[in-house]
Design a protein around this ligand. Structure first.
Ligand SMILES: C[C@@H](O)C(=O)SC[C@H](NC(=O)CC[C@H](N)C(=O)O)C(=O)NCC(=O)O
Ligand code: NI
Length: 139
């Protein structure tokens, strides 16, 4: 497995970019607006190709995130997402979001730390299914 990124939810995207980029020195590697899910993802790294931070900006988030809600997940690329999930399932790990699209799965640690598994080399699925699940508070 290859460590890819850590996702955190930010309430003020510009303030977060000021901190991580202007002050800490990270560079923006890519960003995507998801109109249907009403959120923006901004990826930052020390340099292109390095492990990233995934900033998630939910457009409608008014209140400060509750304790722990701003942390989103750790993400890893795996060679075979189905085999990885089956091995985890067989060892007793709950698969919160099965890899039905062959791209992405989510599991949680015993301390409820969300871990995203992404199939190495597969394009990311359309964002909307994530938004519906994430907005249902199932994460
Ligand atoms: C691009 C890939 O690395 C992702 O992590 S997309 C995952 C997806 N994110 C969202 O839906 C963002 C908006 C949502 N309202 C949220 O705040 O998470 C997702 O499945 N998020 C759930 C999670 O636990 O990260
Ligand atoms: Ni992610």
């Amino acid at each position: 497995m290859q460590y890819l990124h850590t996702m955190i939810r930010v309430r003020d995207l510009n303030a977060a970019l000021r901190f991580f980029c202007d002050q800490l020195g990270l560079v923006e590697t890519r960003r995507k607006d998801h109109d249907q899910g009403r959120f923006t993802l901004v990826f930052l790294a020390t340099e292109p190709g390095a492990p990233e931070i995934e900033l998630t900006y939910n457009w409608d988030q008014q209140e400060p995130y509750s304790e722990g809600r701003n942390f989103g997940h750790l993400a890893y690329a795996v060679d075979d997402i189905y085999a990885t999930c089956q091995k985890l399932l067989d060892s007793g790990v709950a698969i919160l979001r099965p890899p039905r699209d062959g791209h992405m799965a989510f599991v949680r640690s015993p301390d409820q730390i969300s871990v995203e598994l992404l199939q190495r080399g597969a394009p990311l699925p359309p964002a909307e299914p994530w938004a519906s699940m994430a907005n249902q508070g199932t994460w």
